[in-house]
Design a protein around this ligand. Structure first.
Ligand SMILES: [Mn+2]
Length: 341
C-alpha cells in the first residue's frame, strides 16, 4: 500500500505538508509526525495550513513548526516544493482552505493520505483507508513501512491524534489495530494521562460557558432521534469564543439517550453557516455533507452552506429526519417520527 508513497518520499527533497481548514488534532499530529520523519531523512519540509492552530490545540506544536499560509510570503516556497502532501482532508482542494487555491495550480506531485473517502481523487497519488479510525493510524503505518525512527515527540503527536479522532476510543472505527498502535505509541513515550489532560482540559471559562449555552438552546426532533443547536456570531462574540474553538461541540448531543444524529449550525463571520453532523454508525451523514459541498465520514461530517442561520438549520433538520427514516426502520411511524422540539 505504501510503495508508491515511499518512493516519492525517497526521490524528492522539498516537501510541503498541509491539511484541511480549521485543523483538528488528527490533522496537526499527522503533519508534525510526518514532518519530523522527513526532516530526519534530511529533507526540506514545511507545514503550511490555511488556518492557525486553535488555541486549545497549541500544546501539540511546542516548537511552533506549523505555519499559517500568507499569499505573497509563501507563494515562492509553494512553487519550489516538489511534493505536496495533503493529510486528513477530503472534499477536494476546497477542503484545504485558502491555500488549496494555489496548491491546485502547481505542478508538484501531490499525495493525499486520509481516512475519509473522496470521489474527487484530487491528488496524483492517494492512500485512503476509511477503516482507519484516524489518519494518524495511516501515518504510523507509513512510518513503520519506511522503518523510521519514531521519536517521543512523534509518538505523542500521533497518540493525541488517535485519542481525539476516536473520541477517546469510543467511536465506531476504534479497532484492535487502533489499540495496538496506541499501545506501541505508549511504549515509544506517549503518556496517556498527561496527553489526555492537554487534549481535553484546555477550555477557557468562556468556551465552557458557551457549551452550557449551546446545550441550553439544544432542540430535539425526529421523535428524539436527533438533536440540533445553532450558534450565531453575536453569541460567539459575547462569550469571547472563535469558531475554530468549537471543534467537538457537535458531538455533545450524542450523549443524549436515543439520539442517532447531532447537528450543530454555526454562523460564520461572512454570514454562511458551518454545519457539523455527528451520528452513530447507523445513519451515515457524509453523503448529505457531500451534497452541500462538504465531506467527512459516516459518523462525522460537515459542510459550509450559504444562507440564513435558522433557515439552514431548518433545512438540515428536515433532511436529517428524512435520512434517519430511510436508515432506521420504524423511525418514520407516527409514534416515533413526531417532532418534539
Ligand atoms: Mn481525522
Amino acid at each position: 500500500m505504501w510503495n508508491e508513497v515511499l518512493e516519492i518520499l525517497q526521490r524528492h527533497s522539498r516537501f510541503l505538508i498541509t491539511t484541511h481548514s480549521n485543523p483538528d488534532l488528527d490533522a496537526l499530529g499527522c503533519e508534525l509526525a510526518l514532518a519530523e520523519h522527513l526532516r530526519m531523512l534530511g529533507k526540506q519540509v514545511c507545514i503550511l495550513n490555511s488556518d492557525p492552530v486553535a488555541r486549545p490545540h497549541r500544546f501539540i506544536d511546542p516548537r511552533r513548526r506549523i505555519r499559517v499560509y500568507q499569499p505573497q510570503r509563501h507563494d515562492r516556497l509553494i512553487r519550489q516544493a516538489e511534493v505536496i502532501i495533503v493529510l486528513d482532508a477530503s472534499g477536494g482542494w476546497k477542503r484545504v482552505g485558502r491555500i488549496g487555491d494555489i496548491l491546485s495550480t502547481v505542478s508538484a506531485c501531490s499525495v493525499r493520505i486520509d481516512h475519509h473517502p473522496d470521489p474527487q481523487h484530487f491528488t496524483d497519488v492517494e492512500v485512503v483507508d476509511d477503516g482507519a479510525a484516524a489518519t494518524a493510524e495511516l501515518i504510523f503505518d507509513l512510518l513503520r513501512a519506511s522503518a523510521a525512527t519514531i521519536t517521543e515527540t512523534m509518538a505523542c503527536a500521533l497518540y493525541v491524534a488517535i485519542l481525539t479522532d476516536t473520541g477517546s476510543f469510543r467511536y465506531p472505527k476504534t479497532s484492535p489495530r487502533t489499540h495496538r498502535i496506541t499501545a506501541e505509541l505508549i511504549e515509544l513515550g506517549a503518556k496517556p494521562a498527561e496527553l489526555s489532560k492537554l487534549a481535553y482540559n484546555q477550555y477557557s471559562l468562556g468556551l465552557l460557558r458557551l457549551q452550557g449555552h449551546m446545550l441550553d438552546v439544544m432542540q430535539s426532533a425526529g421523535g428524539g432521534r436527533l438533536v440540533w443547536s445553532v450558534l450565531d456570531q453575536d453569541t460567539l462574540r459575547a462569550y469571547g469564543v472563535q469558531e475554530s474553538e468549537l471543534d467537538n461541540f457537535a458531538s455533545f448531543g450524542m450523549q443524549v439517550a436515543g439520539v442517532l444524529v447531532s447537528i450543530l449550525c454555526v454562523e460564520t463571520p461572512d454570514k454562511r453557516v458551518k454545519v457539523s453532523l455527528r451520528s452513530d454508525a447507523t445513519v451515515p451523514v457524509n453523503d448529505l455533507a457531500a451534497e452541500w459541498g462538504g465531506g467527512g465520514h459516516a459518523s462525522a461530517a460537515g459542510a459550509t452552506v450559504v444562507g440564513e442561520l435558522y433557515q439552514v438549520a431548518d433545512m438540515v433538520v428536515s433532511r436529517v429526519e428524512a435520512l434517519i427514516n430511510t436508515h432506521v426502520p420504524g423511525a418514520g411511524t407516527p409514534e416515533t417520527g413526531a417532532r418534539c422540539g
